[in-house]
Structure formats: C-alpha cells, structure tokens
Design a protein around this ligand. Structure first.
Ligand code: TEU
Length: 529
C-alpha cells in the first residue's frame, strides 16, 4: 500500500498538514486527473493507496474557518474552538489566553482575533485552527469528505493526530513543567472523553456496509498499549492499527529537543511490550521513521562506518516483528540525516519556531542547532535520491530544500543494479513477508532481553519457527545464550545482511551490525517459496 502525505490545496504552512480544500489536489503536485491516473496505475499493479486524513484541524484559509472567523454569530462559529479572554483580562494581553496550553510548534495554543475579540485554539501552528468535533455538523462534513474519496477509489486513510479530536470541554489549565511559561494540555486532549464514540461513529458512517476492504491507521501520540487495544480491537469498529510514539521518544527527555542517549535495552523493552500487548487483540504498525522523525539509520544505526549493514539490520529486525511494516521514502536506500549548517537551511515550522523560542529564551544558538540537526523533521524531508545527478534527479529546477550531498553515492540508480544494496534487502524482506506465513501470523517471543548489543526474537506458527538475530552495535557479539543454540546453529538461514561467518567463527557470533533470519520446521515442514 502507498500512503501519501497530504496532497490537497494548502498554504504549506506545515508542509500540507494545513489543508484549505479537502476535495482537491495542490497544484504544485498536479490536478485531480493526475491523481486519478496515479490511483488507476497503482490499482493496475495490484497495489493500494491511502490518503492522509487531517481533520483535527484545517488551514485558517479553509472556507470553513474563513466563515467561522467572520463574526461571532457566524453559522460556522462553533465549528472551531473560540473562547473569550480569561476572566477579567483584556484579549491579546499576556496571560489572557483561555488556557495555558502549549502548542506543539512553540508558544501558546491560542491565537487572539482582534476582529471578533476572541481566541481560537490551535494545537499546532496558528494557521492550523482545531475543528470542534463536539459539533455534529463538523463530523458529518468530515464523513461526507471521506466518502467522496472512497467513491473516487482510494483504499483508506492514515488519520493525522486522530486521538486529539476530542477535547475536555472544561478546558482546564495544564501543569506548568519544563516547558517554561506554557502548560501541558495533553491530559485534556490526548485520547479525549469522546474519542472512541467518534471513531465508532466514523466507522459506521464511512466504512460500514461499503463493499471492499479499507485500511485505517490512526496517528496517536501519547497512546498506551491499553488504549491501542481499544482503538485496534476489530470488535470495536474503530481503526485497524495505530502509530504509537514510545520507541521514537526513548532518546528524548522532557521535550523533543532534550536529547538523551538511546539504550538498546529500552528499545527492546518498549517494542517487546507492544508485541506482547497486542498479541491477542489489535495489531501493531511497525516503523523506525517517517516525515516527522529523523532518518532511521542515522538515529538507530550507524550512518558512517556501517551505513549499509546497519540499515539492513534495522530493516530485518522491524520487518520480522508481528504487525504491518511502514517504509518511509528513501529508507529503503539507507538515506541519512542531512548536513544542515545554519537555521536558514531549515524549512520545518516546528524546528524554526523552536529555534526562535529557545534562542530568545537565552539558549546558545549552536546548542539549539545541534538538536535540530539530530532530531529535526527536515532530516526526513530532503528530496528522494533517484540518481547522482544535480538535485538527485528530483528536479531540473531549484528544489524547495537542497538534496543531501551524499546522493552522489546513495541513490536508486546505483542500488537497482547492486544485489547487495539496501534496496534489494528491503525487497527480499517484503518477498519473505508475502511468502512465509510465520512472518505475518507467527507468535512473537523476545530473547536475550538484557543483552546490550543483540536484538533477538523468534516467530512461531505451527511447525515453523523463525529466529531473528541482530547485533545492533559496532562491536562483535555472541548469541550462543539463546535457547537451543545448538539446534539453531544447524538451521537454514533465510536472509542475512552479510556473508556467512568464517568456518573459524562460531556460527552464532555476530559481527558489528550483522543480522540473520533462521528458519526451522519440526516434522520437516518444507518452506513455501
Ligand atoms: O504529527 C503529529 C505529531 O505528533 C508530530 O507533529 C509531533 O508532534 C511533532 O513532530 C512534535 O514533536 C502529525 C503529522 O504527522 C505532522 O507532520 C504534522 O505536523 C502534525 O500532525 C500536525 O498536522
């Protein structure tokens, strides 16, 4: 399946996640006819395509908001969260915001509108006002839009911050913690009071009774395993799977920018808990990176000495977990974070706003830039590296953000012809998922949970058992403490990211970033090829 980030008309304040027309195509990308041609070609190849549904907020240039902000008695006033200034305070003055909530993009989550002398809520940028899902007219309009795209043939939706659409109506102030002046409103809008009611209603109004099989995946920051079971239990008719954020926040302290070293033990403990937590009910989505996260090989691997091998090792570990793997554009090439020099090199509103806020709060610019270079979203957003020509074959014009200079080495053309490339390794993993039922349905068992270097687990389905061994460190490691090590030594190796060990080497020793998938079947259960 192909998931497209938003391609709708947008002022691009937040790279398209600020939509001004839900039923059109952003001219920069083409026109509806081009979209229809793409969809037909995707279906023609037996593939599917899902759209990005961004309905926690619209753009402030969307006609709904233009009308809503036109006056307090506007028929769409209640389509958004408008509130007067705090009791006894003049609108627009510091501290007069209806709540002390922080926006994800720095500063207050409220914007004062002098024309109508009220504030509107925006959890993200000022140009992304939050829709008021309490209003049934809003919900009906969203469901009608979703049906319009399904009628056009799309195969489902990735749902942006879908667990933020239900807010605690009392709008309490948040706890003022390490965020400085602003409070943490998340307890009052993450997994809110009516979220399950809304998702079940959406399922009934949009998907129930409609022929065909559709994918729904909800992006749910701050979602726990327990909540994910509620969201993804097929019996509840909400969504098929969710994107949870735990494993992409293990190297962060109080905020995204408060970087901490990543420990493999923490990563295994987190992913292992999600595997166990959704083993009976629900389903996991599996990802190392996306358009909001830095590049996987730079964050979890080694993008210098072991770029190719570590990229393959990470892919092997992820794709053999139980759940649906997501591959972010360029990940299959082992694309890396980009060499951003100064703040002018950045394009992402989240990074640019954070830089302004942190430096004006006295943080040394170089310190802030170091965090942006490591964890900023623009690392994921440099052009796809098609070939080694100028601008990586992305354009013959001037790209909106420069291509990563290492595109000369890391690009599709170079890897298409190289069977040892990261690209071919991803294709082999996907072929294995399509040909080996144990990869899809096998029970997951974590091994060596306390091993500082090795990520090891089995997948078992009936007679068939798979063992995944991966050394996620730059030092050789031994995996001979696994149960029945002797038995596994003689097992068939299905996939490996490096040549078999030398005869002198112990068969379960793993060189830096080495990964292997073994298979064995009791009762001589042959492998379906
Ligand atoms: O992301 C929501 C989200 O959780 C991230 O923005 C994250 O909060 C942020 O990077 C803070 O660290 C979704 C989209 O994926 C993202 O691209 C949009 O910017 C955001 O929603 C608003 O639509």
């Amino acid at each position: 399946m192909i998931w497209l980030s938003p391609v709708y008309p947008s002022p691009q304040d937040d790279a398209g996640y600020d939509i001004s027309d839900y039923q059109g195509i952003e001219p920069v990308f083409g026109a509806l006819e081009d979209f229809d041609a793409l969809l037909a070609a995707v279906h023609g190849r037996g593939m599917k395509l899902v759209m990005d549904l961004v309905v926690n907020h619209t753009s402030d240039e969307h006609p709904w908001f233009v009308e809503s902000s036109s006056g307090r008695d506007s028929p769409r006033r209640d389509w958004y969260w408008w509130r007067p200034a705090r009791e006894g305070m003049a609108g627009g003055t510091p501290g007069a915001e209806p709540t002390n909530w922080r926006s994800f993009f720095s500063g207050s989550a409220w914007q004062y509108d002098p024309a109508t002398q009220e504030y509107y809520l925006h959890l993200f940028s000022r140009k992304q006002p939050d829709l008021n899902w309490e209003n049934p007219q809003v919900r009906d309009a969203v469901y009608a839009m979703m049906r319009w795209w399904l009628d056009r043939g799309v195969d489902g939706f990735r749902m942006d911050v879908i667990n933020m659409i239900s807010k605690d109506n009392a709008l309490p102030d948040g706890h003022v913690g390490p965020f400085g002046a602003w409070g943490d409103g998340r307890p009052y809008y993450l997994n809110g009071p009516r979220i399950h009611e809304y998702l079940q209603e959406m399922h009934r109004e949009v998907f129930a009774g409609r022929p065909g099989r559709f994918l729904t995946v909800g992006e749910t920051p701050g979602c726990t395993v327990e909540e994910a079971r509620l969201y993804t239990d097929p019996a509840r008719g909400e969504v098929d799977m969710v994107f949870q954020f735990e494993h992409v926040q293990l190297d962060q302290g109080d905020s995204r920018w408060d970087l901490r070293p990543l420990r493999l033990l923490d990563l295994k403990a987190s992913l292992g808990r999600w595997q166990a937590g959704l083993a009976q009910t629900g389903w996991n989505s599996l990802y190392w990176n996306n358009h909001d996260q830095p590049r996987a090989v730079s964050r979890f691997g080694d993008d210098q000495a072991y770029r190719v091998r570590s990229a393959k090792a990470l892919a092997t570990v992820l794709h053999l977990h139980r759940g649906t793997p997501y591959v972010y554009q360029g990940e299959e090439l082992g694309m890396t974070n980009a060499p951003f020099a100064g703040i002018d090199d950045f394009r992402d509103i989240e990074s640019i706003n954070h830089y302004a806020e942190a430096t004006s709060a006295g943080q040394p610019a170089e310190q802030v830039l170091a965090a942006l270079r490591t964890i900023g979203r623009d690392n994921a957003r440099t052009p796809m590296q098609w070939d080694g020509t100028a601008h990586a074959g992305f354009t013959t014009g001037v790209p909106w953000i420069p291509a990563n200079p290492n595109h000369a080495e890391i690009n599709v053309t170079a890897q298409e012809g190289d069977p040892q490339s990261v690209l071919h390794h991803y294709r082999a993993l996907i072929r294995l998922r399509h040909s080996e039922p144990a990869v899809v349905h096998g029970d997951f068992t974590m091994l060596l949970p306390n091993h500082e270097q090795i990520y090891a687990f089995t997948r078992r389905l009936g007679q068939v058992e798979l063992l995944v061994l991966a050394n996620l460190s730059s030092r050789t490691a031994m995996a001979d403490q696994i149960p029945d090590a002797g038995g596994w030594e003689r097992a068939e190796v299905l996939i490996a990211n490096s040549p078999p060990p030398e005869p002198s080497q112990h068969r379960l020793s793993l060189r830096p970033w080495e990964a292997r998938v073994y298979r064995r079947a009791s009762g001589g259960y042959p492998r379906q090829v």
